[in-house]
Design a protein around this ligand. Structure first.
Ligand code: MEV
Length: 323
């Protein structure tokens, strides 16, 4: 076979963002909005990338120069670095055509970079018959993410690879799929795109200035994440909602929430959600609210009324799969 199509889910961070970068646990769920990646072997010496969502109609790079240029467009960095790392690790050299199509905007903070990285490496492993296991897929994808952006825990890769809901510790030290009974969410998009590496650096600066205070916040987030894991596994939505609110308060103290996020979060709580918080790096992107299914419409309307965009997302989606 010389052509493979795979699809990978996006992600939503449920608990533990930022503190996970400092060794604490987090809980992430796979979102059923998917990234599709088609990889084809070509008789050329180029990597050709077609990724319309990120403005690339026909990006070409010679395979002997992968990762070498100073001017790789932002939208091509993860794909090009993933191919380079794969070729280097498995001693492969081949022309390729890669096309990506996403069901979700890269502006939502759903982990499009991680989803595309996993998609490319999974498709290559199938094309070249290497049958990488999930952990090998994670390790090479995580190397790629660190090569491109220098920082990050890698949690979003686990959502893309394993799917479902995962309890995770930085770098894949713990990757534990957990069984969540029922978890109805309403997701609100602020309309503002956040830059994750910038927010990670902002928290790193705060950590450097006030180490003990910030470590204390991380410890509190770690404790509530452990409690949230139990609440999610036993279907105790009231407790999970209360813990979301607590997590949001601690994220506020880290300085990563924004006025727009606060407005959307308060609107959801005011309309009867069990709890609400930002999801991901903060600075914009999305908020999530945990609801009772029978007040979904009220919460959605409240978020829309204050200027948010409600995104239809199912959680616990399937991990990377072949089409
Ligand atoms: C970003 O979605 C979540 C952060 O914790 C970064 C990371 O874990 O890589 C802020």
């Amino acid at each position: 076979m010389s052509k493979i199509e795979v699809s990978t889910p996006g992600k939503l961070m449920l608990f533990g963002e930022h503190s996970v970068v400092y060794g604490r646990p987090c809980i992430v769920t796979a979102a059923d909005q998917r990234m599709r990646v088609v990889v084809e072997i070509e008789k050329s010496s180029n990597l050709q990338l077609i990724a319309p969502e990120v403005g690339l109609s026909n990006y070409l790079q010679n395979i002997d120069n992968l990762g070498k240029s100073q001017n790789i467009p932002k939208g091509a960095r993860f794909v090009e670095t993933a191919v380079k790392n794969f070729f280097e690790k498995y001693n492969i050299r081949s022309g390729l055509k890669i096309e990506t199509r996403s069901e979700f905007s890269s502006k939502f903070g759903f982990g499009s970079s991680s989803a595309v990285t996993v998609g490319v490496i999974k498709a290559l492993s199938e094309l070249f018959k290497l049958e990488l296991c999930k952990q090998e897929l994670f390790d090479l994808s995580y190397k790629t993410v660190l090569d491109v952006q220098g920082v990050g825990s890698g949690f979003d890769l686990t959502a893309a690879i394993w799917g479902g809901t995962i309890y995770f510790k930085t770098g894949g030290e713990v990757i534990e799929p957990i069984k969540v009974l029922e978890f109805p969410l309403v997701v609100g998009y602020t309309g503002i795109k956040a830059d994750t590496p910038t927010l990670i650096r902002q928290v790193a600066d705060l950590h450097q200035k006030n180490e003990s205070e910030v470590e204390n916040i991380f410890d509190q987030i770690a404790i509530l994440t452990e409690e949230a894991k139990k609440a999610l596994m036993s279907g105790d939505l009231k407790t999970a909602g209360r813990l979301m609110n607590l997590n949001q308060e601690l994220l506020n103290q880290l300085g990563v929430s924004t006025n727009k996020l606060t407005v959307l979060i308060e609107a959801a709580r005011g309309a009867g959600a069990y709890g609400a918080k930002l999801s991901g790096a903060g600075g914009g992107d999305c908020m999530i609210s945990l609801i009772q299914e029978d007040n979904r419409i009220e919460v959605e309307e409240a978020i829309t009324k204050v200027g948010g965009t409600v995104l239809k997302v199912e959680t616990n989606a399937e991990g990377v799969n072949l089409k």
